[in-house]
Design a protein around this ligand. Structure first.
Ligand code: HEC
Ligand code: HEC
Length: 315
């Protein structure tokens, strides 16, 4: 009897949560209002190794815009072969993340933009050197002066990089087309996967316009996830923030293997399996899990026009 009533309660809660959260999955707009000149300058800088100490790393080295806006290794090597602390997240749709970085330590794209340049395991540079090199470059001097009275400054550099990243949205995924009313954009297995995504509770953490990236959560709620990184704790030093990370966006997730902040999951199937154990605390039937994976495969959008002329040599 008790079991039956708790089952009914569970059913009620999951139906209720799917109704509440369903409304929160919204399609991406096809474009965002941006300043075209700043975008072009930001793009040039994003692709230019001038920002790194050894002049070998551009943002594109780790965030491949011709593919997934990230790379496909667990940890990317930065300058002098130094190993990073985190799996590279995609820059696509990052404008919709409520905070930047796995532990959310940057408020927005502008606040994030200079970090990789001075990060000793990424581009290994220092701001005075970057500004000096850019000022020595006649083309950059002219481009910045055309946009800003004060020309090349830290703030202006961060602003143009962030403006370019605002243009990196990937609309028209099959799922977005489905949300926009094209009921044939998903097949019946994918629709079943979407239903399970809601009823099994994935949507309670992965929701909003980016299907994630709008809240923090502990990684390892039902089971210790053996994470080496402490997450939010590094910023807040509050005990309850240990192992708390930004819930990642699931947009384009089919392209961004491996998964988790440390790249521990090689495939989407592995990733969903980890979620059922650590975040939901209950096993899932193999068929259900595979339908959810099919649904996740429908979240791949179209690359924006702005990246289409990028030369493969930048890869
Ligand atoms: C050596 C590889 C590397 C380079 C070069 C690099 N990044 Fe990253 N990027 C990363 C890694 C790793 C993370 C995750 C770090 C973390 O969460 O602490 C990241 C995170 C980000 C994020 C946050 C995304 C999110 O979902 O939280 C943005 C935005 C970003 N990088 C933009 C840039 C820009 C702009 C540049 C060039 C100025 C750049 N990156 C250069 C590896 C790199
Ligand atoms: C209680 C919150 C919560 C629930 C419920 C949840 N997730 Fe997650 N999910 C997270 C967090 C937090 C991470 C990041 C873990 C880390 O630190 O590496 C994550 C990571 C992921 C990733 C890896 C993304 C990447 O880019 O590395 C996938 C895929 C994923 N979740 C899918 C799902 C699916 C499918 C479900 C339902 C079966 C689900 N999640 C349920 C919080 C949750």
């Amino acid at each position: 009897m008790l079991q039956k009533s708790s089952f009914v309660l569970l059913l009620f809660v999951s139906v209720l949560s799917s109704v509440i959260f369903a409304a929160e999955l919204v399609p991406l707009p096809t474009s965002l209002k941006v300043d075209a000149k700043k975008v072009q300058l930001g793009k040039k800088l994003f692709l230019d190794p001038i920002l790194s100490k050894d002049k070998k790393f551009s943002c594109m080295t780790c965030h491949n815009l011709l593919h997934n806006g990230a790379d496909n290794s667990a940890y990317t090597k930065g300058i002098d072969e130094k190993k990073g602390h985190f799996n590279v997240p995609t820059v696509y749709n990052a404008v919709y993340n409520f905070r930047q970085f796995w532990d959310g330590r940057a408020k927005n794209l502008k606040e994030q933009a200079l970090n990789p340049i001075i990060n000793p395991v990424e581009m290994g540079n220092s701001m005075p050197v970057v500004l000096r090199d850019l000022k020595k470059n006649k083309e950059y001097s002219a481009l910045f002066e055309a946009l800003y009275d004060d020309g090349i400054t830290e703030d202006n550099l961060a602003e143009v990089l962030a403006e370019f990243e605002k243009a990196l949205i990937t609309p028209n995924s099959p799922f977005d087309r489905y949300l926009n009313g094209d009921i044939n954009a998903l097949n019946k297995y994918e629709i079943e996967g979407y239903r399970l995504f809601k009823t099994k509770g994935c949507i309670s953490c992965h929701n909003g316009i980016n299907i994630g990236a709008n809240l923090y959560n502990k990684f390892g709620i039902y089971k210790d996830a053996d994470s080496e990184e402490l997450g939010r704790y590094n910023t807040t030093h509050r005990e309850e923030d240990k192992y708390v990370f930004k819930v990642p966006s699931l947009r384009n997730v089919a392209l961004t293997a491996p998964y988790m902040h440390d790249g521990r999951a090689k495939t989407l199937e592995d990733a969903v399996n980890i979620m059922t154990k650590y975040q939901l605390g209950r096993p899932m039937k193999k068929d259900d899990l595979l339908h959810i994976v099919e649904f996740l495969n429908t979240l791949t959008g179209e690359l924006p026009e702005i990246v289409k002329d990028i030369d493969v040599q930048h890869q």
